[in-house]
Design a protein around this ligand. Structure first.
Ligand SMILES: *Cc1c(COP(=O)(O)O)cnc(C)c1O
Length: 456
């Protein structure tokens, strides 16, 4: 697959790109997949090979790679007004429209929206909002942030500190005051015989014990993805948010829903918090906010936090925060269209329609392969967990790089999917057809058979 000519795309990529989140042995032996464009749910590489992208790019290209309505919305806004900021009391009309629309489609009856260029910056911004509130409300010690192991909240110094992944130690992170609770993955972390409900109750007790240990007055907020995304597409155990939310309420700690993946339909509901049955105090959005057509993130504050931030800002006559491209009018125009495409042009309906077929396809692969220990799904996000032994849940030896091998074998079959720990994660675009979904599972089946035969 790799073109070995010195000036091939693969060699130029190796020479000039610093690959992020990339398994270097794989990319060095096989070469990067250098893509030129996409067609619906497929991408095409520099050699003209087509791949069905079972991850919607990086979760975000939910309307596919060439949606004409989104391209037209971008082109029209570029022609009309190609860029502006949102500082000093200036703001683009499209940005005002998007803010109004986001509050309207949010679970809140009113609120305020702040824009960033990414999900990481949106989480970073939310933390700064909580710190700002602490200072201006007379509780400057209220700074600690609670998240979970396996939670992914981004890569800036603050959002990486929130992310519960071991690689952050390579950067000397987390920063002080970022505390990680047990990952809510029942299959992996429940005690023998512990029900999902009992596991959830135990995790809520751990949360309360942590708040008391740290001092309730020092905790600024709790951030959670409704369904863990980059932790491995892990839906919460039954009763989790119903157990956790009252604890937070008791201590007056805001619950922030990081909906960068779940927001706008991924779980089959508009918001993951709706799918998981809880009401957050604020929502973090990005990725599919623009269906991946523009880098944009948003903090959507519910009424309580919106009022408090507004009051705090009025005390000092401004909220001193913002990015040059916050609320970019082209991003806003694209987001307005993306929300319309997902909610009103049948995409979320297709997620709901496909979800049972998606779950059934994952379950069938587990039936066919003894080395799958768990399948899990919510809406159109799901995963298969590879194991050496299903009964003991013993993983494959790390040196075998089983999930990387499966993903590489998928590439050979014309399918892009994502290795994550020992899991393979799938997040198909919302435009997928039944036939494309069947093709995805057939290709994955062939890759699993090949790799499990090699490592058995
Ligand atoms: C991707 C992601 C982020 C970070 O977004 P970036 O745009 O990559 O900075 C934050 N939270 C969640 C849940 C994500 O999946």
């Amino acid at each position: 697959m790799r073109d070995h000519a010195p000036n091939s795309w693969e060699n130029r990529a190796d020479r000039f790109a610093l690959y992020g989140f990339t398994d270097l042995p794989s990319v060095q032996s096989r070469g990067a997949v250098v893509v030129t464009h996409g067609e619906g749910p497929h991408v095409v590489d520099v050699h003209g090979r087509r791949y069905l992208d079972a991850n919607s790019g990086l979760w975000n290209m939910v309307a596919g790679f060439d949606h004409p309505g989104l391209i037209a919305a971008a082109q029209a806004q570029y022609a009309r007004f190609p860029g502006y900021h949102a500082f000093f009391g200036r703001i683009a009309d499209r940005t005002v429209e998007l803010s109004e629309r986001l509050v309207e489609v949010s679970p809140f009856d009113r609120g305020r929206v702040f824009y960033t260029n990414s999900g990481s910056e949106a989480n970073d911004t939310m933390v700064k909002i909580l710190w700002f509130l602490g200072h201006l409300e007379g509780h400057p010690e209220r700074r600690k942030i609670l998240t979970r192991w396996g939670g992914y909240h981004g890569v800036t110094a603050v959002s990486a500190s929130m992310t519960g992944k071991p690689y952050n130690a390579l950067f000397g992170l987390p920063l002080p005051g970022f505390i990680h609770l047990t990952c809510p993955h029942h299959w992996r972390f429940a005690a023998a015989g512990e029900s999902e409900e009992a596991f959830s109750t135990r995790l809520a007790r751990e949360l309360e014990a942590t708040i008391i240990r740290e001092g309730p007055d020092t905790v600024a907020g709790f951030f959670a993805e409704p369904v863990l995304g980059a932790g491995g597409a892990i839906p919460p155990p039954k009763g989790y948010f119903q157990a956790v939310a009252p604890v937070l309420k008791r201590y007056g700690i805001p619950l922030i829903s990081d909906e960068v993946i779940c927001g706008f339909g991924r779980t089959g509901e508009v918001w993951g918090c709706q799918s998981c049955g809880f009401m957050p105090d604020a929502i973090i959005a990005s990725k599919n906010l623009t269906a991946g057509f523009f880098p944009m993130g948003a903090v959507i504050l519910g009424p309580g936090l919106a009022d408090r931030v507004q009051a705090a800002a009025e005390k000092v006559e401004e909220f001193p925060h913002g990015f040059t491209a916050s609320g970019h009018p082209v991003g806003a125009a694209i987001a307005l269209k993306a929300i319309d495409v997902v909610l009103n042009e049948g995409l979320i309906d297709n997620v709901r329609r496909l979800a049972p077929r998606f779950a059934a396809g994952l379950a069938a692969l587990m039936d066919r392969h003894a080395n799958i220990g768990e399948w899990r799904a919510r809406g159109l996000m799901g995963a298969l967990e590879a194991v050496r032994d299903r009964a003991s849940k013993a993983p494959f030896e790390a040196g075998l790089s089983v999930s990387e091998r499966i993903a590489n074998s998928c590439i050979d079959h014309g399918l892009i999917c994502r290795p994550l720990g020992q899991a393979i994660v799938l997040a198909p675009p919302f435009i997928m057809t039944d036939a494309q979904m069947d093709e995805m599972f057939d290709k994955l089946d062939a890759a699993l058979a090949r790799v499990f035969a090699e490592v058995a």
